[in-house]
Design a protein around this ligand. Structure first.
Ligand code: SF4
Length: 213
């Protein structure tokens, strides 16, 4: 499928906040029966659409559901999910309900293999539609799969972080995927720097100096 949008700098169409839950539910229902990726549709338990506020200022985009996500239907609920939750709550002073969390792929790749390019191309229009409905002010791209898919680059996360990008006209930062941070705890300080850059732009203060959101 082609992208819903041509140029990354264009403005997203306006969606009234009151209509967003209904529009997201309709899109989720469409995703739930999607069989564009034959292997994933045959092996998944269910699709994992996304979760959070339909009016979130900040949207996190990860890679794909894992075993726990496939079982529960919710994104980021395994060990990596707990770390992301800690980053959101303890690091940023927000709650999971205040942000929106989604993945590039809505179906789990078998054995957690990397998404194939054609699977990413198949699923990306759903994420774009989600973003268009929610209209977040900021995006946080978690890991190489999300960053490379949305920013159309082959650069590694280490080369993409610490600067602003744009996707569909929305300012975006890149940081390490929580799964990577679990394997490489030394990189947590880098991710904290990235979150601080994001918080500064959003006008958020660390917990203890409570933010206004
Ligand atoms: S990964 Fe996306 S495009 Fe592929 S089958 Fe699942 S919902 Fe459809």
């Amino acid at each position: 499928m082609n992208s819903l949008f041509g140029d990354e700098g264009m403005d997203l169409p306006s969606v009234d906040a009151s209509q967003r839950p209904e529009q997201l539910a309709a899109l989720a229902a469409e995703v739930a029966v999607c069989r564009r990726c034959a292997e994933l549709a045959a092996t998944r338990t269910q699709t994992v659409f996304g979760t959070g506020s339909p009016t979130a200022r900040l949207m996190f985009v990860g890679e794909a559901p894992g075993a726990e996500e496939d079982r529960t239907g919710l994104p980021f609920v395994g060990r990596a999910g707990q770390l992301l939750t800690d980053m959101i709550t303890k690091g940023m002073g927000l709650t999971r309900n205040e942000v929106y969390i989604a993945n590039i792929l809505k179906s789990r790749p078998p054995d957690n293999r990397n998404p194939l390019p054609e699977e990413i191309a198949n699923c990306l229009p759903y994420l774009e539609h989600q973003i268009a409905i929610i209209r977040p002010e900021y995006l946080c791209l978690l890991g190489a799969v999300a960053a490379q898919a949305l920013l159309a680059t082959a650069l590694a996360v280490g080369k993409l972080r610490k600067r602003w990008h744009r996707y569909l006209g929305i300012p975006a930062i890149v940081t390490y995927h929580p799964s990577y941070l679990l394997r490489n705890p030394a990189a947590k300080k880098d991710s904290w720097e990235d979150l601080q850059m994001l918080m500064q732009a959003m006008g958020l203060k660390p917990p203890g100096q409570r933010r206004t959101l």
